[in-house]
Write a protein that binds this ligand. Structure first.
Ligand SMILES: [Fe+2]
Ligand SMILES: [Fe+2]
Length: 327
């Protein structure tokens, strides 16, 4: 197929865009041989200075607030649930296990980069001495066991809206943690979170570019998919976060801590949406049908409506206990 039909199916669009992005994969992902690895960012047990390094890590970790440690753990668990995300993205129309399927190649390469995030954060948590590792590990296992419905089904258009949003959200939260821990004197952790944040920014660019291209080929369907995802709201994967031993409100407690620290707030959600509306040039998209025009109107007005709600949100000073934190 060289040209795209007038009313293409999802599969036709995915095959078409798949051929186009083959080159872009190199732009949006780093080659393995030059990519950073966790071992470069944290001391190794084989280092001569390991004992002193460990002592220093544990001393500096005492500077971080309880909220900040909780957010760091929840961010790590979210990264560690990567198998869930790969599984659902592998189920998208247009993705198959064939070696020459470009989308599978993208997905494997993206997963391989993302896998380093959980590794490096997990290793830091292990070394820092403030974490109840079994509780944290059990929460990770729960999140993978429970899976997560992002509301996109097997539709690549909806999934790419989700991943565009999610990669930007993780970029913000890792970047903000990097800034906060630096203020506490933790340069090592700050650098590490900054490296993770930079990966997320690159991945966001990739997913946003896929959507931009789909908007050119199949504008009406792409607009409807975007509208549908925003009506459903973009749920964080950590929505289903659990702790051992019961019905704790882990996610809402974590969100309150993240909001209080300014790591990820309801206004950030609005800003991300505004960014997508601008970047995907919604205003100038042509060839929409009536339902697509309505969807665009809804989406263009949504950031302001949500901002008014976010502005009214009251700060919550309630302190919560998380089983993951030792002290
Ligand atoms: Fe990540
Ligand atoms: Fe990511």
């Amino acid at each position: 197929m060289n040209a795209i039909p007038l009313k293409p199916s999802r599969l036709e669009v995915m095959n078409f865009v798949g051929r186009e992005i083959e080159q872009d994969i190199q732009t949006y992902l780093n080659p393995v041989d030059v990519n950073w690895q966790a071992s470069e960012l944290l001391p190794l047990t084989s280092d001569d200075t390991f004992v002193e390094d460990l002592k220093e890590i544990q001393e500096v970790a005492q500077n971080h607030s309880y909220d900040l440690m909780a957010v760091l753990v929840a961010d790590t668990i979210t990264e560690e649930a990567l198998p869930t995300y790969e599984t659902w993205l592998a189920g998208m129309t247009g993705v198959n296990q064939g070696q020459d399927n470009i989308w599978m190649k993208w997905l494997r390469s993206w997963t391989a980069e993302e896998n380093r995030h959980g590794d490096v954060l997990n290793r830091y948590l292990y070394l820092c001495g403030r974490i109840n590792m079994r509780e944290f590990e059990a929460s990770t296992q729960y999140l993978i066991v429970d899976g997560f419905d992002n509301g996109a089904g097997s539709d690549p258009y909806r999934n790419f809206v989700y991943t565009s949003f999610q990669e930007m959200a993780t970029n913000i939260s890792h970047r903000r943690v990097a800034t906060l821990v630096k203020k506490d004197g933790n340069n090592m952790l700050s650098k590490l979170c900054g490296m993770v944040a930079a990966d997320e920014a690159r991945h966001a660019k990739a997913y946003k570019s896929f959507v931009s291209r789909i908007f050119e080929i199949d504008p009406n369907e792409m607009m409807l998919a975007f509208e549908d995802m925003m009506r459903k709201k973009i749920l964080m994967p950590a929505q289903c976060l659990k702790e051992l031993g019961g019905e704790l409100n882990t996610f809402s407690n974590f969100s309150i801590a993240a909001q209080r620290l300014g790591v990820y707030t309801s206004m950030d959600y609005v800003d991300l949406l505004r960014n997508l509306v601008t970047d995907w040039k919604l205003e100038s998209i042509r060839n929409l049908q009536e339902d697509g025009e309505k969807a665009r109107d809804f989406l263009m007005g949504l950031p302001d409506r949500m901002a008014r709600i976010a502005e009214r949100a009251k700060p919550n000073d309630q302190q919560f206990k998380f089983s993951w934190i030792r002290a």
